[in-house]
Design a protein around this ligand. Structure first.
Ligand code: XLS
Ligand code: NI
Ligand code: NI
Length: 449
C-alpha cells in the first residue's frame, strides 16, 4: 500500500513520498535535515515541529498580484465543470500533496475549502458537503486538522470590517460564517480555531468609532468562544496579530497589544497567540521577540511559519530560509515548553514566477529543513548550557537575601532605597552583558561545533 493518498486522478504524478536522505543528498525532492523519527531531547522531530500546510496559499492562490493575473494554472481547477467539482478536485490534490510531503497537519479557511453559495444557507451546505469529504480524506491520508478559520476579509461585504463593521447586518453575517467554521473545525477534529482580524481595523480615524469597534470585536470573540465551548470544542482559540495590511491599522497590532486586549476584555483564559514571522517583522519586531512575549504572558499557542522580505513593507509570505531566525524561534518555543495544541503552519506561498510543478514541494521541503536545523541548534543551545547558564547567573542576585525579598514583593520602596544607600555606589552595574561572546557561541552551534 502506498504511504500517501491519491484520489481519482494523481495530480503530482511524478512525485512519490518525500524521504529523508541526509545533508549529502543532491535530490531536490528529499529532506536533508528533517528526519521525522529522529529524537531531539525527549521528543521526535515531527512531534516538536508539528508541520501544517496552509490550504489557501498552496491550493487556492494562483500567483496573481495587483499588477498581473494568475500564473499558476492549477490542474485541479482547470479540469472541473462547477465550483463544487473544482473544490472536490482541489481537496484531492491537497491531501495527495500533504501526505506525499509527510506533513501531519493542515489549516484552512471556510472559503478555501468550499465556494460561497447564493445565500448563507447554501454556503453552509457547500461547506458541510466538503467537510464530510475532508473527514474521509483526513483518514485516508493520515492527516489531521491543526486549526480552522473563517475568511472574513475577501468578500466585498467585509470591506468595512467583519466583527468591527459599522453595520450590524454585516456583523451578523460574519457570525453565520464563524458559527459554521467552528462547527466544521469541530467535525474535523481541529485542535485549534484561529481569528486573524483581516479587516478588523481602520483605514481612517475620521470615519471610525475606535472604542465601539474594539468593544464589538471583544463581544464577538466572547460569543464565538461560548458557542464553541457549548458544542464541546476543547481546543485552543488563537488570535493572530498583524499590525497593518489590508487595513492601515489593525486592532490586533502585535503580541503585546493582543495580550492587553485579551486581558482587558477577560478573554485570556481561552485565547492564545498564533504568531506569524512576517507579521512580527511588519510590526518592527523579531520573530523570537513575539514568541517570547507571548510565552512570558503564558499565552503562547501556535506559529504561522514564513518570512518577510526586509526591504519590502508588506506580507510577502515567503518560505523560511534563515537558520539563525529558526534557531532563535525554536529556542523560544522549547523554553516555552514546546507546542501543545499548536504547530508550525506554513502560511507561505511560492513566488509568482515559481511555475514548475515541483516548486511547491521544494518550497515546503526547504521550510521543513530550515525548521529542523533551527530545532537542532535550539537543542544545542539548551544542552550546551552556556547561554541559558549565563542568563541564569545574570539574575542570580535575586536568588537570595534582599534580592529574593524584592522578587517576592516583600520590600517597600523605602526599604529598597535604604539597602541601596547603605551599599553605596561601588562597582554596582558595571558587569559585562557579554553579548558578542554569546553571539560567537551561537554561531558555533549554528555550524554544529
Ligand atoms: C494574513 C494572515 C492569514 C491568516 C489566516 O496575513 O496571515 O493568512 O493566517 O487567516
Ligand atoms: Ni497567517
Ligand atoms: Ni500573513
Amino acid at each position: 500500500m502506498a504511504d500517501y493518498y491519491v484520489g481519482k486522478k494523481e495530480y503530482f504524478s511524478k512525485i512519490t513520498k518525500i524521504k529523508y536522505e541526509g545533508p549529502k543528498s543532491d535530490n531536490p525532492l528529499a529532506f536533508k535535515y528533517y528526519d521525522p523519527e529522529k529524537k531531539i531531547g525527549k521528543k521526535k522531530m515531527k512531534d516538536h515541529l508539528r508541520f501544517a500546510i496552509a490550504y489557501w496559499h498552496s491550493f487556492c492562490a494562483d500567483g496573481a498580484d495587483p499588477f498581473g493575473s494568475a500564473t499558476h494554472a492549477h490542474p485541479w481547477i482547470i479540469d472541473a465543470k462547477t465550483p463544487m467539482e473544482a473544490a472536490e478536485h482541489k481537496m484531492d490534490a491537497a491531501f495527495e500533496f500533504i501526505s506525499k510531503l509527510g506533513a501531519e497537519f493542515y489549516c484552512f479557511h471556510d472559503r478555501d475549502m468550499a465556494p460561497e453559495g447564493a445565500s448563507p444557507a447554501e454556503s453552509e451546505k457547500n461547506l458541510f458537503t466538503l467537510v464530510a469529504r475532508a473527514k474521509k480524506l483526513q483518514k485516508a491520508a493520515g492527516v489531521k486538522l491543526l486549526w480552522g478559520t473563517a475568511n472574513l476579509f475577501s468578500h466585498p461585504r467585509f470591506m468595512n470590517g467583519a466583527a468591527t463593521n459599522p453595520e450590524f447586518g454585516v456583523v451578523a453575517l460574519a457570525a453565520a460564517q464563524v458559527k459554521a467554521a467552528i462547527d466544521a473545525t469541530i467535525e474535523l477534529g481541529g485542535q485549534g480555531y484561529t481569528f486573524w482580524g483581516g479587516r478588523e481595523g481602520y483605514m481612517s480615524l475620521i470615519n471610525t468609532d475606535l472604542k465601539k469597534e474594539k468593544d464589538h470585536l471583544a463581544r464577538f470573540l466572547g460569543m464565538a468562544r461560548d458557542y464553541a465551548r457549548k458544542q464541546g470544542f476543547k481546543g485552543a482559540f488563537y488570535i493572530e496579530p498583524k499590525p497593518m495590511e489590508p487595513s492601515k491599522h489593525q486592532y490586533d497590532y502585535d503580541t503585546e497589544t493582543v495580550i492587553g486586549f485579551l486581558r482587558h476584555y477577560g478573554l485570556d483564559k481561552d485565547f492564545r497567540l498564533n504568531i506569524e514571522a512576517n507579521h512580527a517583522e511588519l510590526a518592527g519586531h523579531d520573530f523570537a521577540h513575539e514568541l517570547e512575549t507571548a510565552a512570558a504572558a503564558g499565552l503562547f499557542g501556535s506559529v504561522d511559519a514564513n518570512r518577510g522580505e526586509p526591504r519590502n513593507g508588506w506580507d510577502t509570505d515567503q518560505f523560511p530560509t534563515s537558520y539563525y531566525e529558526t534557531a532563535l524561534a525554536m529556542y523560544a518555543i522549547l523554553k516555552a515548553g514546546g507546542f501543545t495544541t499548536g504547530g508550525l503552519n506554513f502560511d507561505a506561498k511560492i513566488r509568482r514566477n515559481s511555475v514548475d510543478p515541483t516548486d511547491l514541494f521544494i518550497a515546503h521541503i526547504g521550510g521543513m529543513d530550515t525548521f529542523a536545523v533551527g530545532l537542532e541548534i535550539a537543542q544545542r543551545i539548551i544542552s550546551g548550557g552556556v547561554i541559558p547558564g549565563f542568563v541564569k547567573k545574570r539574575y542570580s542576585s535575586f536568588n537570595s537575601g534582599d534580592g529574593a525579598k524584592f522578587d517576592k514583593g516583600e520590600l517597600t520602596l523605602d526599604q529598597l532605597a535604604r539597602i541601596g544607600t547603605a551599599a553605596g555606589y561601588g562597582k554596582a552595574g558595571l558587569t559585562s552583558g557579554k553579548q558578542e561572546y554569546l553571539e560567537n557561541i551561537l554561531n558555533q552551534y549554528l555550524l554544529g561545533l
